[in-house]
Design a protein around this ligand. Sequence first.
Ligand SMILES: Nc1ncnc2c1ncn2[C@@H]1O[C@H](COP(=O)(O)OP(=O)(O)O)[C@@H](O)[C@H]1O
Ligand SMILES: [Mg+2]
Length: 187
Amino acid sequence: MVGRKIAAAGEHIVYKYGEDKIIKFPHGPIYYANPEEAYDKIDNEFRLANRYFKKFLVPTRLLTYEENGRKKYCVIQDFIESRPLVPEDMQNEDLKLQFKEIMEANNRMYLNSRYTLEFFGLKGLIFHNFFPRMENIVVTGDKELKIADFGMISHLNLVSSSPILRWFIQWAVRRQGKLLRKQYLNN
Ligand SMILES: Nc1ncnc2c1ncn2[C@@H]1O[C@H](COP(=O)(O)OP(=O)(O)O)[C@@H](O)[C@H]1O
Ligand SMILES: [Mg+2]
């Protein structure tokens, strides 16, 4: 059932799954630095995503299983034809309104729980000059915004993380805020 590889991004490797689905498995340095925390992290993020962004989520199932006594997970989603959101999309009133709605929900979530969506993805954040787009918020052919990746960043992860990861999270939150203001929110 697992088909061809679609992408290997910062935190998940993504395969076609059956006719019209994809399946994501965690991978990469952040996962291997802390594999036992990855399950709790995504479980929490999935709950938050359903509470704040339900209408923008791609239909998603979070599956868990055990391997060698360890809790593991994978994510199954509907396959969506889409492209990343780019700053020029803010000139389209429809997309701008939808993005505003996502930002408002994100601000509420941040105020209530100190979590924020990870809009750009690792690549889009670190190498923004080369990839000036949102890897995680995508535009469908019907001009609908979808959150393909509900991964989040939080200062709350600071408590248990290594110093390098702590520094990185702080940097990522600041950098994301700066890019959002400069390119998407016009202030
Ligand atoms: N539901 C989906 N349908 C089609 N392509 C997808 C879907 N979800 C993710 N992708 C593709 O796979 C890439 C990586 O997935 P993502 O969930 O963002 O992984 P990561 O957590 O590593 O950032 C996305 O940028 C997108 O190109
Ligand atoms: Mg992503």
